[in-house]
Design a protein around this ligand. Structure first.
Ligand code: TNX
Length: 554
């Protein structure tokens, strides 16, 4: 009899094991610790959120709205713990395990409890809770065909890096305040916390500077052209003669507040001294080149720049002149008005891809080199960066720039964003400068991700699997100075928000996991089904993504 019992029990045990092995919990980014328990908690028709403590209003309002819209249930906040469905609790004694941004979440028959040291942690706990609910929670209308349940689970979670960024280029193509907010909201859902806003480039200047009105009168508008890579504005019937736009300072404040409510810092970028045609066309006196008075803002820097092994050659001088005091007066005005709009401690000043062939021809630059004892064009750019750094510092901010700012010597205290691979970041970290890793090889969202026939015509590709291999601390770096990582969406060939979403997701899921999850918890095999689960959420939310995960490698 005994052996018979064993015989019958074996399949039952296997089944139980099987179901325990099949996780109910599919999250991005993967949390630090997840323990699943049998059973599910069902949301009642009258949901109550217990919330007390300063700074948690944005969390209650995010969660309350999300739940109310999709479930159609009533959601109330309460001070009484015993009556609450969801309890958001700020610890009274600091819990060192979870730090500034971490949280503990438990779901049981008694309800949901999220505990954190700070409101940011409660926000991330709330995001996890939303992902634990059925995909329809993302719907914009009430759905009454699903059971609103959450698996019983205990989660402890906190980020690996403090800088978890996404860059959005609104200069190559303009995106409205509403688009920018939608982009920010989406990134906050995956625990990213830094929005890098690329506000100026050759093709447009996007931020109102009241003391420099031409920047937005002239500099914000360009005439669409089809460019070298087949890119830039499509010349379909109805394409406007000029395209562009800008944000008023009022609108900038509105976006910054919107981001703050999602625990996201906004890093503004003004890209100088290269990539500055829009500024130069608006104020030709900041240039080294007399002909700048005839310049028009034009779509397509790739149309007039040539990348040679020993530097970039431009046929239009799209640079600000390092030997011209007017350039520094200009930047002083720009940063004076920008600094109070952005509470974040850094201002990004670009520094990338500066064509120096017009500097070589300039008598003013030659005189500067003599006076300052500068021996190369790299040293000239370094001189410029140091002066810009002093201006930025005088407004109470620190400077961050693309890795070209390393060439010819870094300004004291400057942070480096490493994009031309990881070398610059490694070098800067050894020099004890803060670094954000953002290499093209893992984080360039403008690159193709699938079949070239359906992707923007661009010179490079970045498959999801490669993006998932992003490791922010490369060999040889001093890890202490690596603040985190980010991915960048350049928009030469990205025309609208849906397109921006398509380029961003799912590759930004890979980013999110590289900067949030413990290194040893990353797994491509477990990632794929979790990505697919997110796709169902995007469908419910009507947010676009690229399904190009399995195509043969290009
Ligand atoms: C390089 S990355 C640039 C951008 C382009 C991008 C296109 C960087 C700092 N500069 O201006 O949009 O390549 O992939």
């Amino acid at each position: 009899r005994k052996s018979l019992k064993k015989f019958f029990l074996a399949p039952v045990l296997l089944m139980l094991l099987g179901s325990a092995g099949k996780s109910q919990v599919k999250l991005i980014p993967e949390p630090v610790k997840v323990t699943e328990h049998p059973g599910r908690f069902t949301l009642p028709r009258q949901i109550t959120i217990q919330a007390a403590g300063t700074g948690i209003a944005p969390v209650t309002s995010f969660l309350g709205q999300k739940l109310a819209v999709a479930t159609g249930y009533t959601v109330k906040t309460t001070g009484k713990p015993s009556a609450a469905t969801i309890r958001l609790i700020l610890t009274t004694k600091n819990d060192p395990e979870i730090g500034k941004e971490g949280y503990h979440l438990t779901s049981s028959a008694a309800g949901i409890i999220i505990r954190a040291n700070q409101p940011a942690g409660l926000f991330y706990g709330a995001q996890t809770l939303v992902q634990l609910l059925p995909a329809e929670i993302e719907s914009h209308d009430p759905v009454n065909t699903v059971r609103w349940t959450v698996p019983h689970v205990s989660i402890t979670d906190y980020p690996r890096f403090e800088w978890r960024g996404l860059m959005f280029d609104v200069a190559r193509h303009f995106f409205s305040v509403q688009d920018v907010k939608a982009y920010i909201d989406q990134m906050s859902r995956y625990k990213l916390n830094l929005f890098h806003w690329h506000l100026t480039d050759d093709e447009g200047w996007r931020i109102e500077i009241k003391s420099l009105p031409n920047l937005t009168k002239k500099g914000a508008w360009n005439i669409p052209k089809v460019g070298k890579f087949g890119n830039f504005a499509p010349s379909e019937p109805g394409t406007p003669r000029t395209q562009g736009g800008f944000y008023t300072q009022e609108e900038i404040r509105e976006v910054v507040k919107y981001a703050q409510d999602r625990f996201i810092n906004v890093l503004p970028e003004v890209d100088v001294p290269g990539h500055s045609l829009a500024a130069v066309a608006s104020y030709p006196e900041i240039s080294c080149t007399p002909d700048a008075v005839n310049y028009q803002v034009s779509s397509g820097d790739a149309n007039f720049m040539d990348w040679k092994p020993d530097g970039i050659i431009a046929s239009i001088d799209n640079t600000i002149c390092p030997a011209n005091e007017k350039a520094y007066e200009f930047l002083d005005k720009v940063f004076s008005e920008m600094a109070p709009l952005f509470p974040f401690g850094y201002i990004h000043v670009g520094g990338d891809e500066c064509a120096k062939n017009f500097w070589e021809k300039s008598d003013a630059v030659k005189a500067l080199m003599q006076r300052e004892g500068l021996k190369s064009m790299h040293e000239v750019q370094s001189y410029f960066e140091k002066r810009v750094s002093a201006i930025v510092n005088s407004k109470g901010k620190k400077l961050i720039g693309w890795d070209e700012i390393l060439e010819g010597g870094l300004a004291p205290g400057a942070a480096v964003m490493s994009w031309r691979g990881e070398k610059g970041g490694v070098e800067a970290s050894i020099l004890k400068h803060d670094v954000v890793m953002s290499p093209t090889s893992f984080g360039y969202l403008d690159y193709m991700q699938g079949d070239p026939a359906t992707e923007p015509l661009i010179y490079a590709s970045l498959r999801l699997e490669k993006a998932y291999k992003f490791e922010p601390v490369p060999a040889g770096a001093d890890a202490k100075y690596i603040k985190g990582g980010q991915a960048n969406l350049w928009t030469e060939q990205v025309y609208n928000l849906r397109h921006a979403q398509y380029m961003t997701w799912p590759r930004a899921f890979a980013l999110s996991e590289s900067v949030w999850s413990p290194k040893e918890k990353k797994s491509w095999k477990s990632f794929i089904p979790r990505v697919e689960q997110q796709f169902a959420r995007f469908d419910a939310a009507e947010v676009k993504y690229s399904p190009a995960m399995y195509d043969p490698v290009i």
